[in-house]
Design a protein around this ligand. Structure first.
Ligand code: THU
Length: 148
């Protein structure tokens, strides 16, 4: 793992500790690497009306959008695991859900980059690397609406 990837995964791990996940007990953190080297983070935000839950990746990307930085997103780290005393545990990598893949694809279209996604466990050094085009092939996008 490069130092930069380590920094991104660590930021996602730190963010997961802020997860509001009293219903699933599963904390997720996401960290976006921007083209200037800066990082924006997010964590999952559950709701008593379960279906309203916001995933960590979507929270991070919405934050980037609110800062006018969606086009600058180049890489994303995602980590997660069952929360024990507010800290996610486990070694299994977490991969973005289907809805998050679609949201990441929107950012990829804007940035003109096939965003790299580092999927890691809450603990340990195993990190899977994917591109959004691999995780979401044949994506629905602006071209399907006649937009470029
Ligand atoms: N979750 C995320 O934050 N990101 C994903 O890509 C998958 C799932 C969250 C949603 C919910 O709060 C918890 O993980 C269990 O599904």
């Amino acid at each position: 793992m490069t130092d930069q990837t380590r920094r991104l995964v660590d930021a996602a791990r730190d963010a997961a500790c802020f997860a509001h996940a009293p219903y699933s007990g599963f904390g997720v953190g996401a960290a976006l690497l921007l083209d200037d080297g800066s990082i924006i983070t997010g964590c999952n935000f559950e709701n008593a009306s379960y279906g309203l839950t916001l995933c960590a990746e979507t929270v991070a990307l919405a934050t980037a959008n609110a800062q006018g930085k969606l086009r600058a997103v180049r890489e994303i780290a995602v980590i997660g695991g069952p929360l024990v005393n507010g800290t996610p545990k486990g070694h299994d990598p977490v991969r973005p859900c289907g809805r998050c893949r679609q949201v990441i694809n929107e950012a990829a279209g804007l940035s003109g980059h096939d965003i790299v996604i580092h999927c890691a466990g809450a603990e340990g050094d195993t990190v899977e690397q994917h591109h959004i085009s691999t995780l979401l092939p044949y994506a629905f996008g602006p071209a399907d609406l006649g937009l470029s």
